[in-house]
Design a protein around this ligand. Structure first.
Ligand code: SF4
Length: 336
């Protein structure tokens, strides 16, 4: 319920509207899991709330810790389904990688989540609660609050557009967690219509695109939905995004042996992203089972780095974290 709906509810009950503000604060700012926790509200009112409502909070069913400090949460939802979210610590930051769907609507062939298929979208509160759980863990284990959020867990966030934006609105609101949108990145496989919509809404958070190839034929072979949303449409949407937001675009990119480890592939990438300030994150690949995809050689990654840099494109090579607990990129699959 919105704050106004809660205020109206209390007025209808013959109570004061500000009780709605109090309950709203308990739910979002203080993440109360029960009405009993709402100690500035009378016992009588709390029982009345109990009669009318339930709080469908998430529950961290299992927490696994990697030898590199990464934490993976298996998060049970009110209907029994499970998603995973990951806390990634570095020297200076704690990043939460959160899920937006149970399973995924898309079918990237290198991704373990794709095998689950989409079961349902997460609600805004379920996304928000994953962030709260990781913030609590960051404070407990690393003595600092959560600093960054990436929507790079299970699911395609732009296929659950309204709920993801609603969650971000709550995360960034002073009535929620009050985090800066500059510390949030939504990572998409590239849904052109939704990228344009975000641009129109002048969102303040960052955009990352899982590209992996700038050649249609290759991209369709590893990300079959590219046949529906080809690179031409993606590029046009990204041009629109940049024109509206003037915000740099990040590309997530895995280099696989025999798939995109050629000079032709790098040249296509340069051509694709040169139109706007761009950053390419080359991500280490984490094999998920049958060995169909193999990480490319260090030489191929170096070739990417050199050519991108020569063309004035920022490039970083990221080592994946949390591999020993299946928490790394592409590995989230509710294995436990
Ligand atoms: S990589 Fe992302 S969009 Fe593709 S199947 Fe996996 S979770 Fe879905």
């Amino acid at each position: 319920m919105t704050k106004d709906q809660l205020r109206d509810f209390f007025v209808d009950q013959g109570d004061k509207a500000f009780r709605g503000n109090q309950v709203y604060e308990w739910l979002w700012q203080k993440s109360a899991h029960s009405f009993d926790a709402m100690t500035n509200i009378s016992k009588e009112t709390r029982s009345m709330l109990e009669e009318h409502f339930v709080i469908n909070h998430i529950k961290v069913d299992q927490m696994q810790r990697s030898s590199d400090g990464t934490i993976k949460n298996a998060v049970r939802l009110h209907d029994g389904l499970v998603v995973e979210s990951v806390l990634i610590p570095t020297e200076t930051r704690t990043t939460a990688c959160v899920s937006s769907q149970v399973g995924c609507s898309l079918d990237c062939r290198f991704c373990a989540t794709a095998r689950l298929k989409r079961m349902r979208n997460l609600n805004p509160d379920e996304i928000y609660d994953q962030v709260v759980a990781i913030d609590n863990e960051s404070r407990l284990y690393f003595n600092r609050p959560l600093s960054n959020i990436v929507f790079m867990g299970m699911g395609e966030p732009l296929m659950n557009y309204n709920n993801v934006l609603n969650a971000i609105e709550k995360i960034t609101s002073p009535e929620g967690l009050g985090m800066s949108p500059k510390r949030i990145v939504v990572s998409t496989s590239g849904v052109p219509k939704m990228i344009k919509r975000m641009a129109d809404e002048k969102v303040k958070f960052g955009l990352a695109v899982s590209l992996h190839s700038a050649i249609d034929e290759v991209r369709t072979s590893i990300m079959p939905f590219n046949a529906t949303f080809p690179l031409k449409d993606l590029r046009e949407a990204l041009e629109y995004w940049y024109a509206q937001t003037k915000s740099r675009i990040t590309y997530e990119y895995v280099v696989w042996s025999g798939i995109n480890d050629t000079k032709e592939a790098v040249d296509a990438l340069v051509k694709f992203c040169k139109f706007a300030p761009s950053k390419v994150n080359i991500i280490e690949y984490n094999p998920i089972d049958d060995g169909e995809f193999q990480q490319a050689s260090a030489k191929a990654v170096e070739m990417y780095q050199n050519i991108l840099e020569q063309n004035g494109i920022t490039v970083t090579v990221r080592r994946s974290r949390g591999k020993d607990i299946d928490a790394a990129c592409g590995q989230l699959a509710n294995k436990q």
